[in-house]
Every structure is written in structure tokens, then in C-alpha cells.
Design a protein around this ligand. Structure first.
Ligand code: DAT
Ligand code: MG
Length: 151
């Protein structure tokens, strides 16, 4: 297992629905450590930069409109294999295909309102953390309970 960081974001639909606490709670309880959090409405330009890999897709415009439509909760989380474990906890891209017990499977129906973003691979995590946070906004800290989570 590798110590990693990932970028997680509660999207505007889930903020409006009051799911921020529920979602943070799941990652905290799993044993992951929060390093950064900010709550604000992203600009359209930030949304476009975030989803640049999808710029040729037909849904790109609507996706960027949606992401910049209201506040999001943008976060950095750390832990062993956090990138893939967080994706498993999130469920798959389409909530309708996501298993119950996952975040999208518990709280979503439409792909365009799928509640949460999480980095897919390590290179994406590095790029997304740098896009959303200044280095000094990412808090390095020692958590005393780590010895009860990791051998
Ligand atoms: P994920 O968010 O699971 O990494 P992705 O990177 O393939 O999924 O797509 C980014 C977002 O774009 C996704 O969360 C919701 C939206 N999206 C993806 N496929 C879509 C589609 N076929 N129609 C509408 N929106 C879509
Ligand atoms: Mg993706």
C-alpha cells in the first residue's frame, strides 16, 4: 500500500442537498486524513480546467455550467491507497449503476448530478490538487490515531 493524496469534491447538487457532512464523515470514519478544504463557487474557467480531459464530449458545456453553478466543497485527503479506495467508496460514474453503500449508489440517480468528484489516478490527483489549492493551503499534520489505523 502506498501513501497517497487525492482531490475530492462535493459537487453543487450535493451541497444544495445538505450532504457535505455525510460525505466528509464517510472518509473520516474510513480512516483517511483531511489535509485541505475550501467552500466556494468555482469560476467557469476553473470548471473547464478541471474537466479539460472531457472538452470534446457533448456533455462538456453542461458539465462546466453545473460545476460552476454554486458552491462546492473542495478537499484534499491522504491515506494508503486513498485514490482507488475513495473511487470504490464513491461508486461508478453513473449513480444508477452504483452499488448501494457507495456514495453515488446511496445518493444519486442521474449521471449529471452524481454528487462527488474524486481523482481517478495518481497523475490526476497531482494535477487537480495543484489546480484547486495553493501549496500553503494544504496542511501537513500528524494525527495521533494513525497507529490505530495502520500497522
Ligand atoms: P467520474 O466523475 O466518475 O470520474 P468521468 O471523468 O468519466 O467520470 O466524467 C466526469 C463527469 O462528467 C462525471 O462525473 C459526470 C459527467 N459525465 C460523464 N459521462 C457523462 C455522460 N455520458 N453524460 C452526461 N454527463 C456525463
Ligand atoms: Mg473522471
Amino acid at each position: 500500500m502506498q501513501r497517497q493524496r487525492t482531490f475530492l469534491m462535493v459537487k453543487p447538487d450535493a451541497v444544495q442537498r445538505g450532504l457535505v457532512g455525510e460525505i466528509i464523515c464517510r472518509f473520516e470514519k474510513r480512516g483517511f486524513k483531511m489535509l485541505a478544504l475550501k467552500f466556494f463557487t468555482p469560476t467557469r474557467a476553473l470548471a473547464e480546467a478541471h474537466y479539460a480531459e472531457h472538452k470534446e464530449r457533448p456533455f462538456f458545456g453542461g458539465l462546466c455550467d453545473f460545476l460552476s453553478s454554486g458552491p462546492v466543497c473542495a478537499m484534499v485527503w491522504e491515506g494508503n491507497n486513498v485514490i482507488s479506495i475513495a473511487r470504490t467508496m464513491m461508486g461508478v460514474t453513473k449513480p444508477e449503476l452504483s452499488a448501494p453503500g457507495t456514495i453515488r449508489g446511496d445518493f444519486g440517480i442521474d449521471v449529471g448530478r452524481n454528487v462527488i468528484h474524486g481523482s481517478a489516478v495518481p497523475e490526476d490527483a497531482v494535477r487537480e490538487i495543484a489546480l484547486w489549492f495553493k501549496p500553503e493551503e494544504v496542511c501537513e499534520w500528524t494525527r495521533t490515531m494513525d497507529k490505530h489505523i495502520y500497522e
